[in-house]
Design a protein around this ligand. Structure first.
Ligand code: NAI
Length: 462
């Protein structure tokens, strides 16, 4: 048994950032983690391995579709799935070992095992009970189940199984046209799998800007993905040599089936809080199974805090990191808060899709007077050079004050481009501020400046 200032439960992006920041601020910190390696879902079976596969398969796509056009003659690359898996594992290993190194550097104790909270101020890991002034629950999330769909992680898989399939399937049905479905669907579509996405709503990526969703759907179809919208999946069954998915079209309630080799269930995630002992402690939960917290991440029990996917807000690694960073500051006696309106969202497909702030739909719903500056990447020399002229930057600004309210990008490096808009919004900038800022030529980011110009007197290349 040992005593700490802070014990964090979970070493994902929320938990490890909270622990490191708290240690840097002088607290004595331990982290309980039951996985073999640090980094949580994101590093082990989420963001990082999926990005490795997205990168590898993007390279394959480039070789197959664009090399010849650039005068690079190669025969079709042969995919060695085992070697691609080894590359993915190596990338994961480098990252998880990196967190372990940072723990050692910051003198953070790793309590190996799954933790429970037997009483306020106490954390039990394996057979030991440790005490702490502050406890932070950063236990993350897990795939939500869907009635009628039994996951075996072989034929019917979640994102975890989809990252490590035994072989590249001929056919795959993806249930859910959200972020996971489209990222993993893209990976397999590029590897030659016939991918069919079945989405309940009439559009992809709920909550995203409608124009972006429409453009994205067109581009994915062009890449060979079949997309069925307005379809509620009822059942997915693993048969002897294949799988069968049954869905109903919402417009006429007709029932349809799809034969496939692998089914990916990607209909959302839910907080992973089982086994922590929260019910016995009387920790208040929200109606959606999240731990209820206030703006300072306090739960209903004194000394117990919660962050990341386990609480309300977007289930994103960087949101969890910001929660963890802010909470560590608060626990060390500083002031901190997270502005959730400025949390960007990125889909790492090709093209990338990125957004921050309000959508046109949310502004309309709020009855707000706004203006739109939209420019195509077709007018961006750099984008054309990399075969990514299809796509656009759309900037939303207040019609009267010109203050930037949101941005939506579909195109090359969108996930990086979005951040200059995040910074601008953090400083309460007007579109004109971006428009007056010199942007290097030729860069993708010129399209952001052009969109800002389009909010005013007009873009040059439009
Ligand atoms: P999601 O919430 O993004 O999308 C789920 C989709 O499934 C929705 O479009 C929903 O309408 C649909 N759906 C639900 N029930 C259905 C049914 N019976 N039949 C057909 N469609 C149905 O969830 P997803 O993609 O599983 O991702 C989970 C979480 O992980 C999200 O919060 C996401 O933001 C996060 N994530 C973020 C990534 C990133 O930032 N790049 C990457 C991967 C995950």
């Amino acid at each position: 048994m040992a005593t700490y200032d802070l014990i964090v439960i979970g070493a994902g992006p929320g938990g490890y950032v909270c622990a490191i920041r708290a240690a840097q601020l002088g607290l004595r910190v331990a982290v309980a983690e039951g996985r073999e390696t640090l980094g949580g879902t994101c590093l082990n079976v989420g963001c990082i391995p999926s990005k490795a596969l997205l990168h590898a398969t993007h390279m394959l796509h480039e070789a197959e579709h664009n090399f010849a056009a650039m005068g690079l003659a190669v025969s079709r690359p042969k995919v060695d799935w085992k070697a691609m898996q080894a590359y993915k594992a190596d990338v994961v290993g480098q990252n998880t070992r990196g967190v372990e190194f940072l723990f050692k550097k910051n003198k953070i104790t790793w309590l190996k095992g799954w933790a429970t909270i037997p009483a306020p101020g106490q954390v039990r890991v394996a057979d030991d009970t440790h005490t702490a002034r502050h406890i932070v629950i950063a236990s993350g999330s897990e795939p939500s189940p869907l009635a009628g769909v039994e996951v075996d992680e072989k034929t019917i898989v979640t994102s975890t199984g989809a990252l490590s399939l035994g072989r590249i399937p001929k056919r795959m049905v993806v249930i859910g046209g959200g972020v996971i479905g489209l990222e993993m669907g893209s990976v397999y579509a590029r590897l030659g799998t016939q991918v069919t996405v079945v989405e309940y709503l009439d559009r992809l990526i709920p909550g995203s800007d409608g124009e972006v969703a429409k453009t994205f759907q067109r581009m994915l179809k062009k890449q060979g993905m079949e997309i069925i919208t307005g379809a509620a999946v009822q059942k997915a069954e693993a048969l002897k040599t294949k799988a069968k998915v049954t869905y109903r079209l919402r417009k006429d309630d007709s029932e349809h089936t799809l034969d496939t080799d692998v089914v990916l269930l990607a209909t959302g995630r839910r907080p992973f809080v089982d086994g922590l002992g929260l019910e016995a402690l009387g920790v208040k939960m929200t109606g959606r199974g999240q731990i209820a917290t206030d703006a300072r991440f306090r739960t209903s029990i004194e000394g117990i805090h919660a962050i990341g996917d386990a609480i309300e807000g977007p289930m994103l690694a960087h949101k969890a990191m910001d929660d963890g960073h802010a909470l560590a500051d608060i626990l060390a006696g500083h002031t901190a808060q997270v502005d959730y309106n400025l949390v960007p969202g990125v889909i790492y497909t090709t093209p990338e899709v990125a957004s921050v702030g309000q959508t046109e739909e949310s502004l309309k719903d709020a009855g707000r007077a706004y203006k739109v500056g939209k420019v195509s990447f077709m007018a961006n020399g750099r984008a054309k050079a990399v075969f990514q002229g299809d796509g656009f930057v759309k900037l939303l600004a207040d019609r009267v004050t010109d203050r930037i309210l949101g941005a939506h990008i579909i195109g090359p490096m969108a996930g990086d481009l979005i951040h200059e808009i995040c910074v601008a919004m953090q400083f309460g900038a007007a579109a004109e501020d971006l428009a007056l800022t010199c942007h290097a030529h030729p860069t993708f980011s010129e399209a952001v400046r052009e969109a800002a110009l389009a909010c005013g007197d007009g873009a040059i290349h439009a």
